[in-house]
Design a protein. Structure first.
Length: 520
């Protein structure tokens, strides 16, 4: 690990700053989530794949499904995603949008029948099929822009809390020279209070992120007597995540009476001191943060499907954690400009030091278990699956074996996350020998212990067999979730008699997927 300067989101000599714990804890979830990838056909059926087979999606869904193949198959899937956020921040509403076009999936399955001479060709091990696939398992492209009048507090309250937590550090000393903070004492001892007025500051938050997570998978599946199917998949995962954020605040500093109530001996109250110029003036504050995180890793999935009758399939998969090696690089700096009332030119500017950090760590994502059932009908099928994901089982590892940091991080993960169940339902109807229709529903359970973060999705699609083994599938998927986000965290809310601000966010994602493939 190399740390060039201390950053709010990095490791200090005295330990992990709260914002760093929060960042890495949130990143652990972000880099652990994703779907199985796959074709437009399976996505139209809610993404349920545990008890289905005979599709490229089986490579990363349930590899036992490769045993259903009796011929080879190759396909590619394109995806267009439209992402929209509706935000309410202190009663002010705003919208932001992004879109993305990418290759979502591509793969090939080679049908390798067992060579047998004589005997019953429907008994015993009938094939050993091999599949190779690329899947885009997560898209990080997102944009949040919101603003409002904060009637409760200022971001400088969060700074003041960090200053006392890191008192004497380079970061604390740096911000003390900003003319935005003053020392004071109470029964508990020393603390810092911000000069910013507690209420009615104009706040704007702009956050952009981009990147993606993908996997390359090698899989095999085998068929025993058309009753029992087994398979395994080994996957290599890599991702890149970029984030840029600017938080802006416009407000006023305290009056002399407001400062005197907290520290009657303050230098800000002495006319001969430079500090006195910063009393009862306007300010604008810009908090900048940037992050680039890259990682790679591997995992293994085992699967089985059992058909007690020709029309019923029961499936099960177990996926190991993904073992990721991650490099995180981040930067942060803050600017504050001060203005006298009714003047457009600032009379003083504070520019913080430039804090950058490079940090290497390992992350073990949650293990996953899924069970599913498929009922084949005369002209179609119904399928369902339940997936169990224990987010509290995520493990964070310091590459330099700093056990104190590891324990704090992993304790924070356990305190933040819980196990969740994901449910996927789908169906398919064959209209004739050429055309088919599909529909599905999915629900992702809440990974948080003390926050509400559930995701719902609906999907529908059509498919066509074009002749000569060529097929075409088109699907639309709509996902939505509501959650709350704090642009900054005030550590000692009780001391300030306030709470960290929260933005109410309604996120929706519309995906259109097109798969073209050929069986040969």
């Amino acid at each position: 690990m190399t740390i060039k300067k201390i950053l709010f989101g990095s490791v200090l000599a005295i330990g992990m700053v709260g914002t760093a714990k929060a960042q890495y804890t949130e990143d652990a979830l972000l880099f652990s989530q994703g779907d199985n990838g796959g074709t437009a056909r399976f996505k139209a059926m809610g993404g349920a794949s545990t008890a289905l087979g005979g599709d490229i999606s089986s490579i990363t869904g349930n590899p036992a499904g490769l045993g259903f193949y009796n011929q080879s198959d190759a396909s590619a899937t394109l995806r267009y995603q439209y992402n929209k956020n509706k935000v309410n921040y202190f009663g002010r509403k705003s919208d932001s949008k992004t879109d993305n076009f990418n290759i979502d999936n591509g793969g090939v399955v080679f049908h390798l029948p067992t060579v047998r001479y004589g005997g019953d060709l429907t008994k015993g091990w009938l094939n050993f099929n091999v599949g190779i696939a690329y899947n885009r398992t997560n898209l990080f492209d997102n944009k949040l822009d919101y603003s409002g009048i904060n009637t409760d507090n200022s971001i400088t309250h969060a700074y003041a809390d960090r200053m006392i937590d890191t008192d004497g550090s380079a970061w604390s000393n740096d911000f003390y020279r900003s003319f935005m903070f003053e020392e004071a004492y109470d029964k508990q001892g020393k603390f810092y209070f911000p000069l910013a007025e507690d209420k009615n500051s104009e706040q704007l938050n702009s956050v952009w992120s981009k990147g993606g997570k993908s996997e390359t998978a090698l899989s095999f599946g085998s068929n025993y007597s058309n009753k029992f199917y087994i398979g395994a998949t080994f996957s290599l995962t890599d991702f890149r995540y970029e984030k840029s954020a600017v938080f802006t605040e416009y407000g006023m500093t305290k009056t002399a009476a407001g400062i005197s109530a907290l520290n009657p001996n303050s230098d800000y109250l002495k006319p001969d001191k430079e500090e006195s110029k910063f009393v009862d003036v306007d300010y604008e504050l810009f908090d900048h943060y940037g992050q680039v995180t890259q990682g790679s890793g591997f995992d293994l999935k085992l699967g089985m499907i059992y058909k007690p009758t020709p029309s019923l399939s029961l499936g099960f998969t177990a996926k190991t954690p993904t073992f990721l090696s991650i490099t995180d690089e981040s930067t942060a700096y803050t600017d504050i400009n001060y203005f006298r009332p009714n003047e457009e030119t600032s009379f003083s500017t504070f520019k913080s030091d430039y804090y950058d950090s490079s940090y290497d760590y390992n992350l073990q994502t949650p293990y996953k278990l899924s069970a599913g059932v498929t009922q084949y009908l005369g002209a179609g099928l119904l399928t369902a699956e339940v997936e169990f994901v224990d987010y509290a089982s995520m493990r964070w590892r310091d590459v330099n074996s700093n056990r104190i940091t590891e324990k704090r991080m992993n304790d924070n993960i356990k305190e933040t996350y819980q196990a969740a169940f994901n449910v996927r339902l789908g169906g398919e109807v064959l209209f004739d020998q050429t055309f088919s229709g599909r529909a599905g529903f999915n629900f992702n359970g809440n990974p948080y212990k003390n926050a509400d973060y559930k995701t719902y999705g609906i999907s529908a699609g059509v498919g066509a067999k074009l002749g000569g083994g060529v097929y075409l599938d088109l699907t639309g998927v709509y996902n939505a979730n509501n959650y709350k986000e704090s642009p900054y965290k005030i550590t000692y809310e009780g001391d300030w008699n306030t709470v960290s601000p929260r933005a109410d966010i309604k996120n929706s994602r519309t995906n259109v997927m097109l798969t073209i493939g050929s069986k040969f």
